[in-house]
Design a protein around this ligand. Structure first.
Ligand code: CP
Length: 326
């Protein structure tokens, strides 16, 4: 997949957002700054801005979603775009219409942007390769490959809430814990953290849940949670993706929780200003003890809120600037 080059136009501007891989530090920071500005401008009673008035955004979610789909919809509406949520199960894809024909049919209705989630790694890339000139594709999660807006909102959350991040990402220690093997979030977060200069990125999981060769992404692998969490500033818990586990990856969920779950005891041993994140949805009592989920220093719900501003920033960066530069 040649996603990094496909997502930038000939002038180096963002055309599609398919992966965090290949996004420059400057571009990531510009998107985070823009998201902060948009969050400010829409924090009052009037939440709408006219930036994308007259534009049409189509949500194509071939896989289930609560947070990503609704925050993309809210983000587009707050920028005054028209939004279509194609109900995939009730659409002509159920009669065998292909992805390509679905794209071309919606393009014929003059859609400007497609937000695509699909179980196949590379699906968003496929859409981007076939998109008409002027049409943009945003990857809302493709298989195990990438979830770039989650990566961006996680960087936003760390920058906003981890005290040490005020000095930049260079001095941060971040542990990504759990089902790294199946996680597109882990890959997007690792690329984001690396690009922003984070020098201590740890992945912590039992051996079957660590993908082969992950060290080449610049991370250290831990199979012991206590050692993996020692001294970290940020803990990113990952959902155990039971739906993608075709084989027997784990003896049991209870055993995973006992060895790799964030319990009250383990929470007490974290640094006093460490923050806890999780992209959601949570398996309560598996990745995290239920009562810690929305407790002290958990940013799980703030991540959801930040997702709106970050997705607004991405849409404004692509459609807003394309308009300005047209
Ligand atoms: N974090 C995330 O992608 O959640 P949803 O599956 O609910 O969109």
């Amino acid at each position: 997949m040649k996603t990094p080059s496909l997502q930038l136009d000939s002038n180096g501007r963002l055309r599609h957002l398919l992966t965090m891989e290949g996004l420059s530090r400057d571009l990531i920071l510009r998107l985070l700054d823009r998201a902060a500005g948009l969050a400010d401008s829409t924090s009052g009673a009037e939440k709408k801005l006219p930036l994308l008035r007259g534009r049409t955004v189509v949500n194509l979610f071939f896989e289930a979603s609560t947070r990503t789909r609704t925050t993309f919809e809210l983000a587009a509406k707050r920028l005054s775009a028209d939004v279509i949520n194609l109900q995939i199960a009730a659409s002509s894809t159920s009669k065998g219409e292909t992805l390509l024909d679905t794209l071309k049919t919606m393009e014929a209705m003059q859609a400007d942007m497609f937000v695509v989630r699909h179980e196949a790694s590379g699906a968003a890339h496929f859409f981007a390769e076939h998109a008409a000139p002027g049409v943009s594709i945003l990857n809302a999660g493709d298989g195990r490959h990438a979830h770039p807006t989650q990566g961006l909102l996680d960087m936003y959350t760390i920058r906003a809430h981890a005290p040490k991040a005020r000095l930049g990402f260079g001095g941060l220690s971040v542990a990504i814990v759990g089902d790294v093997l199946h996680s597109r979030v882990a890959r997007s977060d690792i690329h984001g953290l690396r690009t922003l200069g984070c020098a201590d990125i740890r992945v912590v999981a039992p051996p079957p849940l660590i993908p082969a060769g992950i060290e080449t992404l610049g991370v250290r692998v831990f199979h012991d949670l206590e050692r993996g969490l020692d001294g970290v500033d940020v803990v990113i818990l990952l959902r155990l993706q039971k739906e993608r586990m075709l084989g027997a990856f784990l003896p049991s969920l209870a055993e995973f929780h006992a060895d790799f779950g964030l319990t009250r005891e383990r929470f007490k041993r974290l640094k006093p200003d460490a923050i806890v994140m999780h992209p959601g949805p949570i398996n309560r009592g598996v990745e995290i003890e239920g009562e810690l989920a929305y407790g002290e220093r958990s940013l799980i719900l703030q991540q959801v809120t930040h997702g709106i501003a970050v997705r607004m920033a991405v849409m404004a960066e692509i459609l807003g600037e394309a308009e300005a530069g047209a």
